[in-house]
Unconditional design. Structure first.
Length: 272
């Protein structure tokens, strides 16, 4: 299965016996489970990432459920229940947002929780901006009117409202997707905006509730996209967890790079 193939891929990478490791076996097995990714055509890295994380979550969740079933029968029901929605993937990557929705007529406030593994951030500029600018844009309050009105339980009808998101649970690893493919003037195009992102001390506390467990992060990987809408090439920058050196992964070319090279205009996915 794809989870086993992924484990073999990771094992081969950490062995250090090869100049580079091809993910061909994992891609082949994964493509059989998800035919959309089996063809050698252009695919979006963010969509592929989410699909891989979901697939690994389901695989590891099933393993945990089977282990739980092997325990004492009196504990089996509780064990299955506690393990049904969690895995190593959710522990590492899943966070929680809360959308505070306030009715503008009666001022009643309701909270709507929502889990996430990737935060898709709008890019508020066409030339240059910071990751903080993108976060500010994502977390700024919005007003719901006309067709977007809410049905207020307290008022008993459709009303205008404000909505504001905040992080109630920060994941151990947070992934930001920079929305470079956007609609502009009825045409979908790629935004080549320079987004400046910090390497360390990324503070998410301004966007988090007081009870949030984690707020500061350091950059550990970047996925880059070079090209346009219909074609392109993906590369990655990854920070070695032991040596703290950065490496560039470009097909079969794996090279050590200086920290200054990690800030790139082609950044598409950021891992903190």
């Amino acid at each position: 299965e794809s989870a086993t193939a992924f484990g073999c891929l990771v094992s081969d990478m950490w062995l250090g016996d090869f100049d580079y490791v091809s993910p061909e076996a994992f891609h082949s097995i994964f493509g059989k489970r998800y035919p959309a990714f089996s063809r050698r055509t252009q695919h979006d890295a963010q969509e592929f990432l989410i699909c891989v994380l979901d697939d690994l979550h389901e695989a590891f969740k099933e393993v945990r459920a089977q282990l739980c079933q092997g325990r004492h029968s009196s504990d089996a029901g509780a064990s299955r229940g506690s393990g049904s929605g969690t895995s190593i993937i959710t522990k590492l990557f899943e966070g929680q947002l809360s959308y505070g929705i306030r009715c503008l007529k009666c001022k009643a406030l309701t909270d709507r929780p929502e889990s996430f593994t990737v935060l898709s951030l709008p890019i508020p500029s066409t030339r240059v901006c910071s990751l903080q600018d993108c976060l500010e844009c994502f977390f700024q309050p919005d007003t719901l009117t006309r067709n977007n009105q809410i049905h207020c339980y307290w008022c008993g009808g459709n009303q205008d409202a404000t909505v504001k998101a905040s992080i109630t649970k920060a994941p151990q690893i947070i992934i930001f997707h920079l929305k470079r493919f956007a609609w502009q003037d009825k045409h979908r195009r790629k935004l080549s905006t320079t987004v400046c992102y910090p390497f360390s001390d990324l503070d998410l506390s301004p966007y988090s509730t007081v009870s949030c467990n984690k707020a500061e992060y350091s950059l550990c990987a970047v996925v880059n996209h070079a090209g346009d809408l219909d074609y392109g090439h993906y590369t990655a920058f990854c920070k070695h967890s032991v040596t703290k050196h950065w490496y560039s992964f470009d097909d079969a070319q794996v090279t050590k790079i200086p920290d200054s090279a990690v800030q790139a205009d082609t950044a598409y996915l950021l891992f903190y």
